[in-house]
Ligand binder design. Structure first.
Ligand code: IPE
Ligand code: IPE
Ligand code: MG
Length: 224
């Protein structure tokens, strides 16, 4: 049986869900946040060590300002309300991506990371203003500057995800089969599960089904 340490999720389909049920994309984002809280609890129960969640990509800046503002407001409320809960549950929060958002959010992010840095039950990596190509370029430039050789080890050890093992599972909800610039390096040998359901409809049962499928997979890593 495979062991499971790290699950990454592209939480896609909020907008379509919101339009379908309330004719409002933003309502979908709000419903999606409730599922995030549920999936965090399931991950704790399952003793998963790392949960990486794609919340905002470097390409998402192309969206209407109204939607971006709503997403950031939602995130602000989430961080404010969740800090004490994360602490209680011994969860560590790490942001991966370019930490240049709104001044209020930047401050809240720093505070949440600081307050939870010594926690050890589950680490949540929240991908915010994240783009994999820019992460890789940033890393290579850094290695060049430090006169270090460009090796697999040096690249892995200097990405935003340094010290974090690569995900064993990637889940993308929302019935779309693409990676959208997410963890291109780290997913080289990850098992990928594309889920038809929109993110706000994703639940514990769906998550468990994927985990059980993964546990019984034969992983080759190029061997036989
Ligand atoms: C994913 O849901 C959440 C974010 C990108 C913030 P979408 O907003 O992309 O939802 P759809 O794909 O338009 O339905
Ligand atoms: C990927 O979803 C980003 C997040 C879930 C945060 P998108 O909805 O932005 O992806 P594309 O643009 O459809 O590929
Ligand atoms: Mg989408």
């Amino acid at each position: 049986m495979n062991s499971l340490n790290h699950v990454a999720i592209i939480m896609d389909g909020n907008g379509r869900w919101g339009i379908k049920h309330y004719n409002s994309r933003n309502k979908g984002h709000r419903a999606g946040l409730e599922v995030v809280e549920k999936i965090i609890n399931v991950s704790l129960k399952k003793k998963i060590s790392y949960l990486t969640l794609y919340a905002f990509s470097t390409e998402n800046w192309k969206r209407p300002k109204k939607e971006i503002n709503y997403l950031f407001k939602l995130l602000e409320t989430f961080l404010k309300n969740q800090i004490s809960d994360l602490e209680k549950k011994n969860i560590k929060l790490k942001i991966i991506g370019k930490k240049k958002l709104t001044p209020k959010l930047n401050k809240l992010i720093l505070l949440s990371e600081k307050k939870t840095e010594n926690n050890s039950s589950l680490q949540i990596n929240l991908a915010l203003n994240y783009g994999s190509k820019s992460e890789i370029i940033h890393t290579i430039k850094y290695l060049n500057k430090k006169n270090k050789i460009i090796s697999e080890k040096n690249i892995s050890n200097n990405l935003y995800t340094k010290k974090i093992p690569d995900p064993e599972i990637l889940i993308r909800t929302g019935n779309t089969k693409r990676l959208s610039n997410f963890l291109l390096w780290q997913l080289a040998y990850t098992e990928i599960f594309f889920e038809k359901k929109l993110w706000p409809d994703f639940n514990e049962k769906d998550f468990n089904k994927i985990i059980n499928k993964f546990l019984n997979l034969k992983r080759n890593f190029g061997s036989i």
